[in-house]
Design a protein around this ligand. Structure first.
Ligand code: 8YV
Length: 328
C-alpha cells in the first residue's frame, strides 16, 4: 500500500483488520496488508518471516517449529492478534530469538459475554427456536412448547479461572444468581476468589460431577489437549451442558458428539472447534448443540482494541522498550 521507505520497519499483517488498525499500522510501519483477506499459506508465512521485521498473525496462521526454522530469518517480533497463541510454537520462536506478544485484557468482557450467550442459547433452546420460526414451522404459543432448562440459580463449573473465567464467574453470580465452582491448577489469589464468591474444587473431575453448566476457560496447551474426553464427559450430570469458547483442542470433539448422541449430557454450546473451520458432521445435525463461528472477541470495539494493542506491542519492540504483552 505504501512505497517502502528505508527508515520504516516492514510489518506483514496476515489478515484484514479493522480500518483504524490498518491505518495506524500503515502510519507507523511499512505495513504489508492482506487486501483480499485470504488465509496465508505455509509458504507465504515463510516468506513473511524471511522478508519482514515484524509479523502480525492471527489464529488462522500456524507458526510451527518447521515454519519458524526458515532461513534466513529476518522477523524479530511476532505480535499476535488474540490472547490465545497455541497456533505459534512459542518455544521455537524463543529459540530463534523472536519475541512473541499477545493481546490480553481487551477481549475479556466480550469473550465472557459470548460464553454466557452460549449458555443461555443452548439451555433456553435459542438456536433451535430461531430455526423453528424462520422455517415457518411455528404454529403458535402453547404451554408445553420448546421448554428449556433454567439457568438462574444453577451451578456453573469453570475449568480455568483466569481473566475470562473470572469475568464469566462475575456475570453468572451477579447476573444469574448462580453458584460458581471452579478448578484451576494456577488459581488466582484467595482474595480474588473470595470476592468472586467462587468455590474451588480440587480437580476438574470434581467440577464436572457437580456442575449443571461446565464452561471451559483454559489455554490450549499440551496438558489441556482433550482434557474433556469420553471419561470426563461421562462424569457430567445427564442434564448438564458443556460450553467451550476457549479452544477446540481442549475437547475431544468425536467423544463429545458420541456423548451427545448417547444422551450422556444434555447439550453443548461451542464457539471453537478442533479442526476449524471444519465441524464434526454429527454436531451439525443436533438441535441441542449451539454452534458459533469463533465469535468470542468479535465486536467492533474489541477487534479495534486488539489491533491497537498489537500495534502498541510492535511499537514498543521497535523502539527498544519491553513490549507490554510479551509471552515468549
Ligand atoms: C480471536 C481468540 O478471534 O484471542 C483469542 O485467543 O480466540 C479470539 O479473540 C482470534 O484469536 C484472533 O486471532
Amino acid at each position: 500500500m505504501s512505497a517502502a521507505r528505508p527508515d520504516r520497519r516492514v510489518v506483514v499483517v496476515t489478515r484484514r483488520l479493522p480500518a483504524a488498525v490498518e491505518e495506524g499500522l500503515a502510519r507507523e510501519f511499512d505495513a504489508r496488508l492482506n487486501a483480499d483477506d485470504h488465509p496465508f499459506s505455509k509458504s507465504e508465512l515463510e516468506n513473511a518471516l524471511r522478508t519482514a521485521d515484524g509479523l502480525l498473525p492471527t489464529v488462522t496462521d500456524r507458526l510451527t517449529a518447521q515454519v519458524l526454522a526458515v532461513e534466513p530469518l529476518r522477523v524479530r517480533v511476532i505480535a499476535n492478534y488474540g490472547v490465545g497463541f497455541n497456533h505459534i510454537d512459542a518455544a521455537a520462536a524463543k529459540g530463534r530469538g523472536v519475541v512473541v506478544t499477545n493481546t490480553p485484557d481487551v477481549l475479556t468482557d466480550d469473550t465472557a459475554d459470548d460464553a454466557i450467550m452460549l449458555m443461555l442459547m443452548v439451555a433456553r433452546r435459542g438456536g433451535e427456536g430461531e430455526r423453528h420460526v424462520r422455517s415457518g414451522a411455528w404454529t403458535g404459543w402453547r404451554p408445553t412448547h420448546m421448554l428449556g432448562t433454567r439457568v438462574s440459580g444453577k451451578t456453573l463449573g469453570l475449568v480455568g479461572l483466569g481473566r475470562i473465567g473470572r469475568a464469566v464467574a462475575h456475570r453468572a453470580r451477579h447476573g444469574f444468581g448462580m453458584r460458581v465452582i471452579f478448578h484451576d491448577p494456577y488459581p488466582p489469589p484467595a482474595a480474588v476468589v473470595a470476592e468472586l464468591g467462587a468455590e474451588p474444587r480440587s480437580s476438574v473431575d470434581d467440577v464436572l460431577r457437580e456442575a449443571d453448566f461446565v464452561s471451559l476457560h483454559s489455554p490450549a496447551t499440551p496438558e489441556t489437549r482433550h482434557l474433556i474426553d469420553a471419561r470426563r464427559l461421562a462424569l457430567m450430570k445427564r442434564g448438564a451442558f458443556l460450553i467451550n469458547n476457549a479452544r477446540g483442542d481442549i475437547v475431544d470433539e468425536t467423544a463429545l458428539a458420541a456423548a451427545l448422541t448417547q444422551g450422556t449430557i444434555a447439550g453443548a454450546g461451542l464457539d471453537v472447534f478442533e479442526r476449524e473451520p471444519a465441524v464434526t458432521p454429527d454436531l451439525l445435525a443436533m438441535e441441542n448443540v449451539v454452534l458459533l463461528p469463533h465469535l468470542g472477541s468479535a465486536t467492533e470495539e474489541t477487534r479495534v482494541a486488539m489491533g491497537l494493542r498489537a500495534l502498541d506491542n510492535l511499537r514498543a519492540f521497535f523502539v527498544g522498550a519491553p513490549p507490554r504483552d510479551r509471552v515468549a
